[in-house]
Design a protein around this ligand. Sequence first.
Ligand SMILES: [Zn+2]
Ligand SMILES: [Zn+2]
Length: 264
Amino acid sequence: MFVDSHCHLNFPGLRERLPEIRAEMAAARVDRALCICTTLEEFDEVHGIALAHTNFWATVGVHPDNEGVLEPSLDDLLGRAALPRVVAIGETGLDYYRLNGRSLADMAWQRERFRVHIRAARHAALPLVVHTRAAGADTVTMLADEGATSGVFHCFTETPAIAAAALDLGFYISFSGILTFRNAVEIQEVAAMVPLERCLIETDSPYLAPVPHRGRSNQPAWVAHVAAKLAQIKGLSVEDVARVTSANFERLFDRAAPSGAAPA
Ligand SMILES: [Zn+2]
Ligand SMILES: [Zn+2]
């Protein structure tokens, strides 16, 4: 019924509990999840989780917050993107939230890393999983300049104007557990504005557990709470939100679309 479009199941605290996490998913009718890569160093582990389970898929990318890690070349990304069950490039993007005293000019390395990812996505004809924090304008500008046309702004926390620009680029908007937080008024406004046909839902596990689990280690089963909040905001049934966001997931990450029988 539901798909968790963004989670980190290889992170400590989750990878040791995969059987339990999968049982919780089944009980909550969360039948698929996309496992997101954040460094080249962890790719094999993320990919291994996807290879071992028919309802998990993987991405390849290096997160903008990761410093002191292998810097990906175009070929590093393309080689891994060609492997089975890899369905997207990312997560990648810009994050100006923690500059640690640096100027925006000092973050040129982050923009260069993002550019390599955007080019890889175009070469491989794969969607981008974009992380952007306090950097919405630069993120939109770079995607437009590089001709990106397919992807998702994950864990959306930017303004309605940035959401509109992302939609204009042809991107989807993914909502996390933040949507359920009482003080997340602006994100709830964005959720009301974005057409359901362009919405995805995610947990970003182990981070950002939704209400009523806020503060705990998150897990894919709890994406159902994000769906329920989105349904409430849009005045729809949770079944409709599940059906449409799952169809959106298959349309965007088309390598993850069922080739034969669809999961129930
Ligand atoms: Zn992220
Ligand atoms: Zn993430």
